[in-house]
Ligand binder design. Structure first.
Ligand code: NDP
Length: 249
């Protein structure tokens, strides 16, 4: 039997990067995986790949910023598998810009997805986990949720600080009361599509500069840490995972 046989895992942002790598890794470890994101074509391709490897998954077309869409996706997951053991709140975006560029649409989008998306999914899965008296919520903060890098990161960092704060507060509330584990993952620079959201030319150049200096983590490196957290014995809650490239300061 594999480490996660029978466990049902919801992963938001499963259509690329960290979410996609984690979906493959957990499915290979025996989990039944709910693949949530907006790009359905990507999710169907991933679904086919997981099934071809002998794994189990279901496609959940979902916009985490839209509460009704989240509720419908979670309902479909429950109709399919009947329980939820882990929810990995991983969907996010990082369009960098200076505050005085006033890209307020991008600020709103980050608040809606990075913060409200985590709240929407948490609200949708917690009633089931409370009923089960077991569960595990993993929220993706960032190194930028621990320190503000400086120019360009003000709003993105603010959203990730919010995720870190909510995650720690949630852990304190639902651990002893409902036997639900809560983990904050704080990755450093990881090679994904995340940097492609930036429209501000200054920061497109800055990101290109980072790529030359840093040996980025792979999405699989973060997937390994998620597997580590979910595989811990039930009485062990890995509350924080701060994972950095060795040469990132
Ligand atoms: P990607 O851009 O590769 O993945 C982001 C995922 O989020 C995509 O699957 C995208 O799917 C999904 N997403 C975006 N908006 C929505 C939405 N409204 N509803 C549902 N899904 C959505 O980047 P990463 O894999 O790097 O990002 C994953 C997480 O890791 C993010 O929270 C990011 O902030 C965090 N992180 C990343 C780091 C890095 O260096 N890469 C470092 C620290 C943290 P779709 O567009 O199909 O909806």
């Amino acid at each position: 039997m594999n480490a996660l046989t029978g466990q049902v895992v919801l992963i938001t942002g499963a259509s690329s990067g960290i979410g996609e790598a984690t979906a493959k890794k957990l499915a290979a470890a025996g989990a039944r995986v709910g693949l949530a994101a907006r790009r359905a074509d990507r999710l169907h391709a991933l679904h086919a790949e997981i099934e071809q490897q002998g794994g189990q998954a279901v496609v959940l077309e979902m916009d985490v910023a839209d509460k009704a869409s989240v509720d419908a996706g979670v309902r479909k997951l429950l109709d399919t598998y009947g329980r939820i053991d882990v929810a990995f709140n991983n969907a996010g975006l990082m369009p960098l810009s200076s505050v005085d560029e006033f890209k307020t649409d991008e600020w709103d989008r980050m608040v809606d997805v990075n913060i409200k998306g985590v709240l929407n999914v948490s609200a949708a899965v917690l009633p089931q986990m409370i009923e089960q008296h077991s569960g595990h919520i993993i929220n993706t903060s960032s190194v930028a949720g621990r320190k503000v890098f400086g120019q360009g990161f003000a709003v993105y960092s603010a959203t990730k600080f919010a995720v870190s704060a909510f995650t720690e507060g949630l852990r304190m509330e639902v651990g002893h009361k409902h036997n639900i584990r809560v983990t904050s993952i704080q990755p450093g620079a990881t090679a994904t599509e995340l940097t492609q959201h930036t429209t501000s030319e200054e920061y497109v150049q800055m990101i290109a500069g980072f790529s030359g200096q840093l040996q980025f983590l792979s999405p699989e490196d973060i997937a390994d840490t998620v597997l580590f957290a979910v595989s811990a014995p039930r009485n062990v809650n890995i509350a924080e995972l701060f994972v950095m490239p060795t040469n990132q300061v």
